[in-house]
Design a protein around this ligand. Structure first.
Ligand code: NAP
Length: 249
């Protein structure tokens, strides 16, 4: 049990931007010394408890320097499963410095009948090949570029608006942040006469209702597969497993 005046031997960098990262910070703070890190993409981010830094590190070299300068002793990467660049950078920086490093990757959704594609460009090609006309596009701000030259109409849901030159000509933008519930997703699909859903395989419960609503309406789903994790990283799927890993340091 922690006594007054005891000092945590761990100084954790928690790479975040997800609900799991916020939940983990809440479980660990204040008895484990930690700093949460956000990319700074969203103007009004949901903040975790405890200290937070915001902004990129400047690639793998910048991250390595940050870890050394701040005497970080362990890193938990709880970034989104599609945040592949920071995940690769963290794996490389930690390996180079021999720092304990854990990836908290929420379990992927089971694709079921979904058409699984490797990236946004394949998703756009599938929309074209299948002749879908009214597409619910939920791959986020950076996911619209691949659909720029599509003739279909898109309902684009994102947290922050995509750049105007990255948008298909026919679209409506819906700015919102999860979680989403089944009844509202069902109503949205009906109201907009959606004939296909494009989603990342983000996993988790906060955004899964759209899959259930699409299934109920027999709307086909195009699911972008997750990028692979770096080789050899230690991975857990739940916040409580990540907490255990940190507390065992
Ligand atoms: P990314 O492509 O993997 O990273 C691009 C760059 O952003 C990284 O090289 C790094 O810049 C910076 N960065 C990313 N995450 C960071 C973090 N937690 N702290 C400090 N710098 C970070 O990442 P992304 O897909 O753009 O995602 C950015 C953030 O949004 C992440 O925190 C992620 O958890 C969250 N998010 C992403 C998605 C998604 O679908 N991709 C969805 C929900 C939330 P430097 O190279 O300069 O260090």
């Amino acid at each position: 049990m922690t006594q007054p005046g005891d000092r945590s031997p761990t100084k954790l960098l928690l790479l975040g931007g997800t609900s799991e990262a916020r939940a983990l910070a809440k479980l660990l703070h204040p008895d484990v010394e930690l700093i949460s890190s956000l990319a700074g993409r969203v103007p009004d981010p949901a903040l975790p408890v405890g200290p937070v830094r915001i902004g990129g590190f400047g690639g793998v070299d910048g991250l390595r320097a940050y870890l050394q300068d701040n005497e970080i002793t362990a890193v938990v990467d709880a970034t989104h499963p599609f945040a592949a660049t920071i995940t690769a950078n963290a794996a490389r920086a930690c390996a180079g410095l021999h720092l304990p490093h854990l990836v908290l990757a929420r379990p992927a959704w089971t694709p079921g009948d979904a058409m699984v594609v490797a990236d946004d460009w394949q998703a756009a090609q599938t929309v074209k090949d299948r002749g879908y006309q009214r597409v619910f596009l939920t791959t986020g701000r950076s996911g619209t570029a691949a659909f720029r030259s599509s003739d279909a109409w898109f309902l684009i849901r994102a947290v922050t608006p995509p750049d105007a030159d990255m948008l298909p000509p026919n679209h409506e933008i819906l700015l919102s942040r999860g979680p989403y519930d089944y009844d509202n997703e069902l109503a949205l699909l009906r109201e907009h006469h959606i004939d296909a859903l494009v989603t990342k395989n983000s996993g988790g419960s906060m955004t899964r209702a759209k899959l259930d609503a699409a299934a109920a309406l027999n709307i086909p789903v195009i699911m972008v597969d997750r990028p692979a994790l770096p080789d050899g990283v230690t991975t857990v799927g739940t916040v409580s497993e990540a907490e255990t890993w940190v507390r065992q340091r």
